[in-house]
Design a protein around this ligand. Structure first.
Ligand code: NDP
Length: 485
């Protein structure tokens, strides 16, 4: 692995100026071959102070919040267009940073550009409410930006996760400090460059890089008014504790252990590839991965054979190749973590129906590859059935009937998403309503729309992103009473 000490440090953005950072620089590693692709500057407490100060000044001068809604929208449209015009290069930046396939990275650039356009239109068409008066006055409820928002994100899909933070936060009139994961920081720096190119006023968007402590400094900084966070449940919980102490509002998008449910009356020609993609696409490194597959006992053996067949043909390979289904995992240490979970499942008595061993030979020796893996023969109490693995590992569990299924599927501390495969539309509706999850897919999985609110029940989060509500959550409501006497 090259040391990379000779590489220039990639700076981050404060007040529309590039800053190398007072912290110790770190490497961004390509998980396909372990090479260092860039050295990234790390923010010191002083840099965090500088970024928050710039965002606060920009907020207080109202250079952004006082723009007319359609004027703010214009810059958001421009960001979307700039992303589209450089989409191929930016897709490849994410591919090198976190190992996602080119197909997925291209789709994510398109989705991120649409996110900026969607919130431009939400911003432009936003309405104020006139509430019925109860006396000789009139009342109006206006929505105003919260102020300075810290947006902290995970490594698995920086393109879309960061767009889902920046677009609504900015549309609402806030200023922002974005902090991406240390494991995949490059896209946040691409967004910083696009913000400069689009012509945002100084201090409106600031981007800092570094590890978790940079995130913690942001959360605890008195100049930050609100936190938007996407990441693991444990981190979310410590952020919520700090925010609770400081009385700062939070939106938390956290982990999942989502059930994907196949009834005996499902069309298996669709349900097998649908459930397989639900867990294996993106190497299972997706918050909504359908990692607990529940199958009605009458079709269990047939289903497992079909899933096994699918998993064995799921092509691991270089993420840039058109026929690759799954690239490497994000890092070698994450692969070790996934492997340990599989071992724990085997120790608890699982049968390894597919995968479970890192591939060897050729380019596989250099990268953090891990195969599509299926564990059967467990009951829902095993650690692998309860904890988020965040890798391409499915546990397949049988159920007797609808009642048994609902009990098992809801027996989880998480509640992010779920899938139901059945040809009985009444049952589909009943089960969808009974599942404690923020998103339920019926006869499909992982289809997402920026217009539909997204978030988790239980330990999977607090609040909702996306949709009009996704912008409202970064606003404060103010009731104004105007006497007519
Ligand atoms: P982490 O929780 O480890 O990290 C998320 C971000 O928080 C990173 O930028 C991290 O920095 C930062 N961070 C770490 N500790 C703190 C702290 N104490 N205070 C403030 N910030 C901190 O998550 P991962 O990056 O490993 O992402 C995987 C997780 O994200 C999975 O659980 C997945 O389910 C979840 N996720 C949820 C989504 C949703 O919409 N519900 C979508 C995508 C992922 P650094 O990593 O640099 O230390």
């Amino acid at each position: 692995m090259p040391s990379g000490a000779d590489k220039p440090i990639r700076p981050f953005l404060i007040d529309n100026e590039w800053v190398a950072g007072g912290g110790e620089s770190f490497a961004s590693i390509n998980p396909s071959d372990g090479s260092e692709i860039a050295r990234i500057g790390s923010a010191s407490p002083k840099d965090v102070d500088g970024a928050v100060g710039a965002a606060r000044r920009a907020f207080e001068t109202q250079a952004w919040s006082n723009l007319k809604f359609h004027e703010r929208a214009r810059l958001l449209y421009r960001l979307g267009d700039l992303l589209t015009s450089d989409s191929e290069r930016i897709a490849r930046v994410q591919l090198a940073d976190n190992g996602k396939t080119l197909k997925e990275c291209r789709a994510q650039v398109a989705s991120a550009a649409d996110t900026f356009r969607y919130y431009a239109s939400v911003c432009e068409t936003f309405e104020t409410e006139l509430t019925p008066p109860r006396g000789n006055y009139w009342t109006v409820t206006v929505s105003e930006p919260v102020g300075v928002v810290a947006a902290i994100t995970a490594w698995n899909s920086p393109l879309t996760l960061e767009a889902q933070k920046l677009a609504p936060i900015l549309a609402a009139g806030n200023t922002v400090i974005l902090k991406a994961s240390e494991l995949a920081p490059l896209i946040s720096l691409e967004y910083a460059a696009l913000v400069l190119k689009a012509g945002f006023p100084p201090g409106v968007v600031n981007v800092v890089t570094g590890a978790g402590q940079v995130g913690r400094w942001l959360v605890e900084h008195p100049g930050v008014d609100m936190i938007g966070f996407t990441g693991g449940t444990n981190t979310g919980s410590s952020i919520a504790a700090a925010a609770g102490r400081l009385l700062k509002p939070v939106v938390l998008e956290l982990g999942g252990k989502s059930p994907n449910i196949v009834f005996e009356d499902a069309d298996l020609k669709k349900a097998i590839p649908g459930t397989a993609d639900g867990i294996f696409s993106g190497g299972g490194q997706s918050c909504v991965a359908g990692s607990r597959i529940f199958v009605q006992h009458t079709i269990y053996d047939e289903f497992v054979r079909g899933l096994q067949n699918f998993a064995r043909n799921y092509r691991m390979g270089p993420p840039e190749c058109a026929d690759t289904d799954m690239g490497p995992l994000v890092s070698f240490s994450h692969r070790e973590r996934v492997q340990k979970y599989v071992e724990s499942g085997l120790n608890d008595g699982a049968t390894l129906s597919s995968g479970g061993i890192a591939p060897k030979g050729d380019f596989f020796d250099k990268g953090a590859f891990y195969p599509a893996t299926i564990l059967t023969g467990l009951d829902g109490r095993a650690q692998v059935c309860r904890e988020e693995i965040f890798g391409p590992v499915a546990v397949v569990l049988p159920f007797q009937d609808e009642q048994d299924l609902i009990h098992q599927a809801n027996d989880s501390e998480f509640g992010l998403a779920a899938g139901v495969w059945t040809s009985d539309y009444k049952k589909a509706w009943r089960v969808a309503r009974a599942l404690r999850a923020g998103t339920v897919w019926i006869n499909t999985y992982k289809q997402l729309s920026i217009a539909t609110p997204f978030g988790g029940f239980k330990q999977s989060g607090i609040g909702r992103e996306k949709g009009v509500q996704g912008m409202r959550c970064y606003m404060e409501n103010k009731g104004i009473y105007w006497s007519l006497d």
